[in-house]
Ligand binder design. Structure first.
Ligand SMILES: [Zn+2]
Length: 310
């Protein structure tokens, strides 16, 4: 018997070696709003509650943040000319002081942000990274071939994984991320970031995307301005597009029916780039949307305009 589900199991093959397991609690895929509408306004990257949790000096320094939590994305500005490092890793700082960073699904409870203003002394800001409880999604009754790809498929998947990693390694001086993100499609949220997949009793990679179920052909738009770094057809993802938004920040759009852009093309926020489809490993038409920073998958939900209730 084949059970249907709305999400996509594609993510499980993306990141070998990233943490699986560790999720004991059965959560709910709840809090999913129905019938979102494409929001015409940009979501503020700043989540006020998170900003209040930041060291006062950092907020006064103009750094707006949106996610001191597992899966969280942080973007904002420091004084132009500052040097910024996260856990000892130097971050790009834009000419206007733009910086971006994020925390993976399984990030530990602490991080250290060091900001050195021009001509000033280094300021150390210990950051508390909130732990999140990830839902568990158990799917049984799948055909074994769908759970475990054959050798030929595995070879193809490996090559595609490398190609995707190369696209996602793009680290450009663009600062498109600072303007925030649009919802990339209208539709029902059918899958959330971080959920642990258990297919036929086997724990698999967590789901690193945000799924929007919608009819085939509905437009998919760029969540932010940027440059297309990948436009291809993959085994798991089907037809997909990756867009670089600068400083290692990129978004991914998968399972498209058609792709309207080519690699190297500059796109505007809200520009149509593809259409909803059911290509790749899916059980129904939807968009699998991902946000990442330097190969770290992040939760898109907090940076998108809220899904309208319907
Ligand atoms: Zn997905």
């Amino acid at each position: 018997m084949r059970l249907s589900w709305d999400g996509c199991p594609c993510c499980e093959a993306q990141d070998p070696g990233s943490a699986t397991g560790g999720i004991r609690r059965r959560g709910l895929l709840g809090t999913l709003a129905a019938a979102p509408v494409l929001a015409p306004v940009l979501a503020p990257v700043l989540a006020p509650a998170i900003a209040r949790a930041l060291p006062a000096g950092l907020v006064q320094g103009g750094l707006a943040t949106g996610g001191l939590a597992q899966g969280g994305f942080v973007a904002g500005r420091v004084a132009p000319g500052s040097r910024v490092a996260l856990d000892g890793r130097a971050l790009r700082v834009g000419r206007g002081g733009e910086v971006a960073f994020g925390f993976g699904r399984d990030h530990g409870p602490e991080a250290l942000l060091a900001v050195t203003p021009p001509g000033g002394r280094p300021e150390q800001h210990p950051l508390g990274i909130a732990r999140r409880a990830w839902p568990v999604q158990t799917i049984t009754g799948l055909p074994p071939a769908q759970v475990t790809p054959d050798a030929e498929a595995l070879q193809r998947i490996g090559a595609e994984r490398a190609r995707l990693a190369a696209a996602r390694a793009t680290d450009s001086p663009r600062t498109d991320f600072i303007a925030g993100f649009l919802r990339p499609a209208e539709g029902r949220v059918s899958g959330v970031f971080g959920s642990q997949r258990v297919l036929n009793g086997q724990p698999r990679q967590p789901h690193y995307g945000y799924d929007i179920a919608a009819p085939v052909g509905r437009p998919i738009v760029a969540a932010a301005a940027g440059v297309v770094t990948l436009a291809a057809e993959f085994f798991f993802f089907g037809r997909l597009v990756v867009i670089d938004h600068g400083h290692g920040v990129n978004t991914l759009y998968a399972h498209c029916s058609t792709i309207d852009v080519v690699e190297g093309e500059a796109v505007a926020a809200g520009q149509r780039i593809a259409a909803i489809g059911a290509t790749g490993r899916v059980t129904g038409a939807h968009l699998h949307f991902s946000l990442s920073w330097h190969q770290v998958w992040l939760d898109p939900a907090p940076v998108l305009p809220p899904a309208p209730l319907g």
